[in-house]
Design a binder for this molecule. Structure first.
Ligand SMILES: Nc1ncnc2c1ncn2[C@@H]1O[C@H](COP(=O)(O)OP(=O)(O)OP(=O)(O)O)[C@@H](O)[C@H]1O
Ligand SMILES: [Mg+2]
Length: 263
């Protein structure tokens, strides 16, 4: 049976798709069979982020309409053979797609995979329901900004209406220089505000933006390490959190963070 984990946030643009893609890659690198399921219907970003959009033959709509089996719609990753993408679609009236349809697709993949990561759209309307309904675990992705944390808090409350047995937190786009200068909300304060177990902290990384247009694969050493720790924490329950401040500590770090501040 696969672990069925939805990545959600409430607020848009906080990094759900980025975390979903990278977490999937690192879990697959650990040897697991992983499906990244794009349930952000209408925008289908995940195939683009993974650099497989030109290989999509069938999508979620074809599965629902019975034009293919879910296995036939899976696109294998170019580099990691145990990683697959199930693409969303943009040419269908999405109001016809229900949570039950998504669950039915997942049920058909369940026995063949270790992880099914569900990429949820922004918001808390029908799209949220569709993505959360079939999941049994949720990762709430936030950035260190009040609006993101407030929306995440709402989402955490809404998740109580679903069959979600485990909820964890990923804090994305953390800047170590701002943290040390006291200009960004701390990880501890965010965890305290949302009262969820912390699964990972991902640094702000210019290379991630670049990687999204290069198939999600070019990253700094820091974010690669952060995603490795996140995938290990999720898989084996370890609690190793990446320290975004380490390269800004000490005399050289002090100079670095203050130079950064003034450029
Ligand atoms: N850690 C990071 N460092 C730098 N840029 C990042 C990071 N995480 C995400 N981004 C960038 O932020 C943008 C939004 O990320 P992403 O698409 O993953 O968010 P999302 O929550 O899935 O958005 P939506 O709600 O629209 O689906 C992208 O351009 C992505 O490259
Ligand atoms: Mg997204």
């Amino acid at each position: 049976m696969a672990r069925k984990i939805v990545l959600t946030s409430g607020k848009g643009g906080v990094g759900k798709t980025t975390v979903c893609a990278n977490l999937g890659m690192y879990l697959a690198k650990l040897g697991f069979r992983v499906v990244l399921f794009d349930v952000d219907i209408g925008l289908n970003n995940l195939d683009v982020v993974m650099g497989v959009e030109d290989q999509v033959v069938f999508d979620i709509t074809d599965c629902i309409m019975g034009r293919c089996r879910p296995r036939q719609a899976l696109v294998q990753d170019k580099n990691i053979s145990s990683l697959y993408i199930l693409p969303s679609s943009h040419a269908y009236n999405k109001t016809n797609i229900l949570g039950e349809h998504i669950k039915n697709i997942i049920d058909q993949l369940d026995s063949s995979f270790d992880y099914i990561l569900i990429d949820c759209p922004a918001g808390v309307e029908a799209g949220f329901h569709r993505a959360v309904f079939p999941a049994t675990e949720a990762i709430i992705v936030v950035t260190p900004h009040l609006s993101s944390i407030r929306d995440a808090d709402k989402v955490i409350g809404l998740l109580n209406d679903y069959d979600i047995q485990y909820k964890g937190l990923v804090i994305n786009r953390v800047r170590g220089d701002l943290l040390l200068n006291g200009e960004m909300m701390t990880v501890e304060n965010i965890v305290r505000a949302l009262n969820l177990p912390l699964l990972g902290v991902i640094p702000e990384d210019d290379a991630i933006g670049a990687s999204n247009s290069l198939g999600g694969r070019v990253q700094s050493i820091e974010s690669a390490r952060a995603f490795t720790l996140l995938s290990e924490n999720i898989h084996n329950g370890s609690k190793k959190i990446f320290d975004c401040t380490y390269k800004y500590r000490g005399l050289m770090g002090y100079i670095k963070r203050n130079i950064k501040k003034h450029v």
